[in-house]
Design a protein around this ligand. Structure first.
Ligand code: BGC
Length: 828
């Protein structure tokens, strides 16, 4: 019999924790919604309104795959508006859509699961490839004339969903609008006085057809907002909350305006190599440096009120810059919060830099009309250093750094100039992840060409005052705690090897179970006093199985399908997967579906980020999870990436700051850890296990690694998940440069490195090389993994010393985990 224990609840009632986290999810969602256009139609007093569009009836709360969180219940936009006191006069269309959607899903998944069955029998196509055939939410039908009501205001919600394993489609009306959506928007605008278009998608879309339609009063980027999205949107629509979210990526006018747009992922016809030809020119760095018009720029977001942003002083102490920004609500009718952004432009020198770079930001409290607040924005000049590949060093060129304050990357004002007397080297590094394929990068452009700096305050900074770090790459041993040393003494090499592998999502023979976990560590050493620990997904909350049944045998089965698509499994398979609630003890683990990564970032609110991390940690502690497989922090290099919704931004500084604050909040819960992912340059989903990201070292360091560095150094992230892809010819988990030189030697990381799930094996990254090169834990584990690992050990791919090092890194976090402490208490 399997001896298991769980921390799940045995009653199904809604807890106080659920209620308070739902409130936080609603606040975060409302603060992240971005108002893109408003001619004064918004806010709207609760009353009677017309509501159409797929996303109104079935609001998409997040993406698919491992990022899908299983909450108790999600509020649609339709419900949210009703909760806020609106009367919806178009429920016939919405009800019909819901029924139609259900039928569409049933027929899609009928075919889908037949293909899965065939693939499983023939062993041909893998489940992963099939997952790429994502369900496309239909737009619904054209609105009939008799469905147009007598209301003044109409809201139309466009929705799209994306997810793991597949990138968004450029055609097939995924990135673009469907003819039926365009026709419907034309119909409503011709009929209603006020027309609000809401976009319920994870990332940008081609909105060109809307430009040709007269009568659109407002456009709202709702994004995907988790379980409280419908209520949050209603808060914005009714003006209970004033919008204050700002975009964290650039919305291009045309897809082809994005650099090398047609070479992205599957679009170029083959995926074995992805050439990052744009170099450092990602997002606004490209659009601004090359002066390309955009639809909505990075950092953009309107408010109901007007705000004035003024510089109240700049102070530089050695390399620490403090900018005082005075924000005033200069409107007369609405209160609201304002995001203030500081950008810097660079002098020309050894490096040609992007025309501007985000340096700092802050968000005001809610200001009433006429009220002001002074925000203190701080940054260190060293954070802005560029990377010189020739000398393997980060440097700041001598000359003028112009400082701007504003409300977006394009709405800003130069406020002062910081002049560096000589070029300063800030870090001396070694070459990492060298190119093995030829890469022709976009020739540089940028530098500030037009700003008139006469009359601006000038501040002199001496290069000699700027600190320089010289990194040491000799492999110093990590000092381990007495408890770990003691454990290690009693473990044989074979025992230690057990720790290097996970035990799959169902866990081991005994020990803790957290149903719905992505995997556990070994439970073979429970008798020795070492608990197994659970690793659970995110990033939009804690992904667990909400209702399970624990049978007498110790087996645990879900009572409800733990993923939306599994609801459509054919009868027999479903019966096999689901447990009968009467067959044992029923347990509950209801977690909160928070706004997706992009949405959380759009709040630009460090307090929200920290509270959200803290809340996830509280849920982890409640149910016994130790690792949260999040934050997802890959750079949004292209809007078609299927997992953009999990990620924060196209900007590395913002990405790093969100992750660092979420990490602080989460790890503030004793013995709970983040696993920042996917390290690194995993910016597409199509055939993600086989694609080689060809990136220059400079772009890698300035764009793709910078966020991770911030999460480690400022956030104190305790674990890192490597990615599936190759990076310049080497699989990420097999890269000594990524796992040791950068992470441990340069950034001072002391935690645990794990692989992404099933990223090692035949035709993939090597198990043995992962262990040799600094990737401690191989996930999700299992017999085939162990067989390969043993073979590699016998063939000398890695040594006993490597096993000891990896095992100790894992044991260190187990020893400090909350679960281990609870386990020890239970044994005394
Ligand atoms: C995803 C990871 C996730 C893991 C465990 C993988 O497919 O890429 O982000 O954490 O599965 O579910």
């Amino acid at each position: 019999m399997k001896k298991i224990w769980t921390k799940a609840a045995t009653d199904n009632s809604i807890s106080q924790r659920e209620i308070s986290h739902q409130n936080l999810a609603r606040t975060a969602a409302a603060e992240s919604i971005v108002l893109l256009k408003n001619d004064g139609a918004l806010p709207v007093k609760p009353g009677s309104i017309a509501l159409f569009g797929a996303g109104a009836a079935y609001t998409i709360k997040g993406g698919t795959g491992s990022g899908e969180v299983n909450e108790r219940r999600s509020v649609t936009i339709w419900e949210g508006l009703k909760n806020a006191g609106f009367t919806i006069t178009t429920e016939g269309w919405l009800k019909e859509y819901s029924e139609y959607l259900e039928k569409e899903k049933q027929s899609f998944y009928k075919v889908f699961f037949k293909k899965v069955q065939k693939a499983m029998v023939s062993g041909g196509d893998t489940m992963i490839n099939l997952m790429a055939e994502a369900f496309h939410y239909p737009a619904g039908r054209v609105i009939r004339d008799d469905e147009l009501t007598q209301d003044e205001t109409c809201i139309y919600v466009i929705s799209r969903q994306a997810g793991e394993c597949s990138d968004r489609q450029l055609d097939k009306y995924d990135y673009s609008l469907e003819p039926c959506e365009i026709e419907n928007i034309k119909k409503i605008t011709a009929h209603y006085k006020k027309n609000i278009v809401v976009i319920n998608a994870s990332s940008s879309m081609d909105l060109n057809p809307l430009d040709k339609i007269e009568g659109i009063s407002a456009v709202v980027f709702f994004c995907q907002q988790g379980m409280e999205g419908g209520n949050a949107l209603a808060d914005i629509i009714a003006g209970k909350t004033s919008p204050s979210g700002c975009l964290t990526n650039t919305w291009a006018v045309n897809y082809d305006d994005i650099p090398f747009a047609r070479e992205y992922s599957y679009l170029k016809g083959e995926i074995s190599k992805e050439f990052y030809k744009e170099g450092i020119y990602v997002g606004y760095r490209y659009f601004d440096s090359f002066e390309i018009p955009v639809r909505y720029e990075f950092g953009f977001g309107l408010n109901y009120s007007e705000f004035k942003i003024e510089c109240a002083g700049v102070d530089v102490k050695k390399s620490e810059v403090t900018v005082l920004a005075k924000v005033t609500n200069s409107g007369s009718a609405h209160s609201g919060r304002k995001v203030v952004q500081a950008y810097v432009s660079f002098p020309k020198g050894i490096l040609t830099r992007e025309s501007i770079s985000l340096a700092a930001f802050g968000k005001s409290k809610t200001l009433s009309p006429g009220e002001s607040e002074e925000l203190k924005l701080t940054f260190n000049l060293t954070e802005l250093a560029g990377y010189d590949e020739k000398t393997s060093s980060y440097l700041l060129d001598a000359g003028d750094y112009i400082l701007y304050l504003g409300s977006s990357s394009r709405i800003k004002q130069a406020v002062s100039v910081i002049t560096l007397d000589e070029t300063a080297v800030t870090e001396r590094c070694t070459k990492v992840c060298p190119l093995v394929s030829k890469l022709e990068e976009l020739p540089p452009s940028g530098g500030d060409r037009k700003t008139d700096i006469s009359g601006l305050k000038k501040i002199q900074v001496k290069a000699s005052d700027i600190p320089c770090v010289t990194h040491n790459y000799s492999n110093t041993e990590t000092e381990h705690s007495p408890k770990v040393k003691e454990w290690m003494k009693n473990l044989t090499t074979e025992n230690m090897m057990d720790f290097l592998l996970g035990t799959g999502f169902s866990g081991g023979k005994e020990g803790l179970t957290v149903p719905g976990s992505a995997a556990f560590t070994t439970s073979n050493y429970i008798d020795m006093g070492i608990s197994n620990v659970a690793l659970c997904d995110g990033p939009a909350g804690l992904r667990l199985q909400p209702v399970s049944v624990v049978k007498k045998s110790g087996n645990v089965k879900p009572v409800e399908p733990p993923m939306e698509m599994l609801k459509y499994l054919p009868g027999i398979a479903k019966k096999f997967m689901l447990g009968n609630p009467k067959s044992g003890k029923v347990i509950y683990q209801y977690t909160t579906a928070f706004p997706v990564g992009t949405a959380i970032a759009q709040t630009w609110n460090t307090e929200i980020w920290e509270s959200y991390g803290k809340a996830v940690g509280v849920e982890m502690a409640e149910y016994g999870a130790t690792f949260w497989l999040a934050p997802g922090m890959n750079i949004q290099r292209n809007p078609l990436c299927g997992r953009n919704f999990e990620y924060y931004s196209e900007d590395p500084l913002l990405t790093g700051k969100v992750a660092a604050n979420v990490t602080k909040g989460l790890q503030g819960n004793e013995g709970c850890y983040v696993a920042i992912k996917h390290y690194a340059a995993n910016n597409q989903e199509t055939k993600r296990n086989y694609s080689d990201s060809v990136v220059s070292e400079r772009a890698l360091r300035e764009i793709y690694l910078k966020g991770f560095k911030i999460a480690v150094q400022e956030g104190g992230a305790k674990s890192v998940m490597t990615s599936y892809n190759l990076l310049n010819g080497t699989y990420a988990p097999n890269s000594y440069d990524l796992c040791v030189k950068l992470l441990r030697n340069e950034w001072g990381f002391k935690g645990l490195v794990m692989t992404d799930w099933l990223s090692t094996g035949k035709g993939l990254a090597s198990n043995g090389l992962a262990i040799k090169n600094g990737n401690d834990l191989l996930m999700p584990g299992g017999n085939a993994f162990m067989k390969r690992l043993k073979e590699d050990f016998e063939n000398g791919v890695f040594t006993e010393e490597d096993i000891k090092r990896c095992c100790a890194n894992i044991l260190e976090l187990i020893a400090e985990s909350r679960i281990q402490k609870e386990f020890e208490k239970s044994r005394t």
